[in-house]
Structures are given as C-alpha cells and as structure tokens.
Design a protein around this ligand. Structure first.
Ligand code: F3S
Ligand code: F3S
Length: 109
C-alpha cells in the first residue's frame, strides 16, 4: 500500500509534506508532487500536514480522485525508485492526467 497525492496539490505545491517524510519519497513534478509507491513506508506523517488535504491513504482516496493513485504510480514508470527526492530536484514533467488540467486555483495564495 501507499499514500497518494491528489488534485488539491496541483498548482499549489505547498511542500510541507516533503519535510515530514522520513524516507524522502515525495518527488516534485512541474505542477504537483508524487509519492513513490515502492519507497513509501505508509507512516502517515505527510497526510496531516498538507494544508489543502491533498494526501490520502490509498484505500481512503476520495472516489472523485481515484485516478490519482494511477497518476502517482505511473509518474515513476520511467524513473523507477530513485531512492530519495532531494537529489532529484524538480522533475521536468507531470503525469498526462495533470498535463490535461487547466490552471487550478491556489486557496493558499
Ligand atoms: Fe502538495 Fe500538500 Fe505536499 S499541497 S506538496 S501535497 S503539502
Ligand atoms: Fe513518506 Fe510516510 Fe507519507 S513514507 S510519503 S511520509 S506516508
């Protein structure tokens, strides 16, 4: 199992979650962040700190964002398990699901 980042992160990218993850498995794309499902240890530390409630345990992801499980997993199809997000910096891509979205409002701005 894994945690999943969903739509509320898109164009917001608060990054509070990154500081909480003990295994550095939250990777930054251009418009949102993605959790590497094989590196995530299901500790749950990231979920409560996201100010826009974008993070869910896989089985608790709201139905309307169910496809974000696939988006998080498939983001790593070509990256594999890099073993740490910090050294990767911003990865210059997003999942096609996110690429297709219009600009999203940022409730924190
Ligand atoms: Fe995104 Fe929330 Fe993390 S907005 S970067 S999932 S703290
Ligand atoms: Fe990391 Fe734990 Fe979340 S391993 S991605 S902080 S559930």
């Amino acid at each position: 199992m894994t945690y999943v980042i969903a739509l509320p992160c898109v164009d917001v990218k608060d990054r509070a979650c990154v500081d909480e993850c003990p295994v550095d498995c939250i990777y930054e794309g251009n418009r949102m962040l993605y959790i590497q499902p094989d590196e995530c240890v299901d500790c749950g530390a990231c979920e409560p700190v996201c100010p826009v409630e974008a993070i869910y345990y896989e089985d608790d992801t709201p139905d309307q964002w169910a496809e974000y499980y696939k988006a998080n997993v498939e983001f790593f199809d070509d990256l594999g398990a890099p073993g740490g997000a910090a050294k990767m910096g911003v990865i210059d891509k997003d999942h096609p699901l996110i690429d297709a979205l219009p600009p999203q409002p940022n409730p924190l701005a």
